[in-house]
Design a protein around this ligand. Structure first.
Ligand code: TXA
Ligand code: MG
Length: 357
């Protein structure tokens, strides 16, 4: 574990240059960094994460000059978007430069590039003097880490150093925008909202899981799985449930998921050791008062989607190691970064019906 002082930065930068794996803090989540010019170092990322080679990496750069060396920014909107939102939580998918190793792009003609918002990360990359390939620093398919401790728990000895930059302020991954297609397509909602992107690219579209097949593994519906079953409810549904107005009967996401029942049935609705993950002080107080949940966690006491994003992975990590057997979570408002929070909750959820008997 390295601290974010001059010695820590120098050590991390040298390790990166020399082809070692360094977990790095960013404003979104921690990344598992390696020298993007070093194919052996890239191969070690896939080994440490147990990540399939068909899932390409994001290359992180300290500034625009370095980004130009990674990707071709002559595509419409590319330079404008970088000027508007970098450094920040936006990853651009663009035609790659020839030198970029096939391992980093899974042999695609495009590359994902981002200039992170955290100053510490940019200082580290500049000091290393090489572009840094970094997926989120978790085992493939597991929760993304938002603290150095999460990284240590998940990856342990398979990483050479962890640079401790504290908790990630945003808490969900960057928005991945594919500029190689027309109109540009958001492959993954993230820290930069659809509303903000539309200011620059009015035609931008959000990848729709229902109508389009996945182009990147980050779009696979089961990508972020906590190790406990998570059942996802619509906003307001948990409160209605403990209010005795509905009972869960069918597969999540279907119309017959809920049906009205008498108040007397309510105590049988929630199985024992179910943790609730909800949004807003009042909603959570109601869930606690019901006595039906083994614990109730609040994504945002202030009912603010930014706060929910920052606490999402922290709370999921805590619930994963805690005493509950399952998690019942409620969607947050589908606005701004709330879309990214709902996307991650959906990916973490069981798509099959879970029995509650
Ligand atoms: O916030 C973030 O983006 C974090 C921090 C560390 O920067 N990184 C991150 O990386 O979330 P990762 O590998 O977990 O997610 C990168 C996503 C994956 O879904 C991958 O499939 C997609 O970006 N991606 C990478 N290169 C691509 C390409 N050439 N075309 C389409 N999708 C690509
Ligand atoms: Mg990831």
């Amino acid at each position: 574990m390295l601290s974010d002082d001059a010695v820590g930065l120098e050590t991390a930068a040298r390790a990166l240059r020399e082809g070692r794996l360094v977990a790095i803090p960013t404003e979104t989540v921690y990344g598992l960094g390696a020298n993007a010019r070093d194919e052996q170092a890239l191969a070690r990322i896939f080994a440490a994460k147990q990540r399939p080679f068909f899932d390409p990496l994001i290359i992180h750069v300290a500034d625009m000059a370095a980004a130009d060396e990674v990707a071709d920014f002559s595509r419409p909107y590319a330079r404008q978007l970088a000027e508007a939102f970098w450094p920040g939580p936006l990853t651009l998918v663009l035609p790659k430069r020839d030198w970029v190793p096939a391992l980093a792009t899974s042999d695609l003609p495009t590359v994902a590039v981002r200039c992170p918002g955290l100053e510490l990360t940019r200082r580290l990359i500049a000091l290393a003097g090489v572009p840094v390939a970094a997926p989120s620093a978790n085992l493939f398919g597991h929760l993304s880490p938002t603290t150095a401790a999460h990284v240590a728990e998940g990856l342990g000895n398979s990483v050479d150093y962890i640079l401790d930059g504290g908790s990630c302020t945003l808490g969900v991954e960057s928005t991945v925008l594919d500029l190689s297609m027309d109109p540009p397509l958001i492959l993954r909602p993230g820290g930069l909202s659809l509303e903000e992107l539309r200011r620059i690219v009015p035609t931008v579209e959000l990848f729709d899981r229902a109508t389009t097949s996945p182009r990147a593994p980050g779009q696979l519906p089961n990508h972020y799985a906590p190790r406990k079953p998570l059942r996802l409810f619509a906003a307001g549904e948990l409160a209605a449930l403990v209010g005795g107005r509905v009972e869960v009967v069918g597969p999540a996401g279907t119309d017959d998921q809920v049906r009205t029942v008498a108040d007397a049935l309510v105590p049988r609705v929630v199985p024992p050791y179910t943790a609730a993950l909800a949004f807003g002080r009042e909603v959570c107080a109601g869930l606690r008062a019901s006595g039906l949940f083994s614990e109730v966690r609040d994504l945002s006491p202030g009912a603010d989607v930014l706060e929910a994003a920052a606490s999402l992975f922290v709370l999921l990590h805590e619930l994963e190691v805690g005493g509950c057997e399952r998690i019942w979570a409620e969607r947050v408002p589908e606005v701004g970064i709330g879309r990214a929070v709902n996307d991650r909750l959906f990916k973490a959820s069981d798509k099959e019906a879970d029995t509650h008997a």
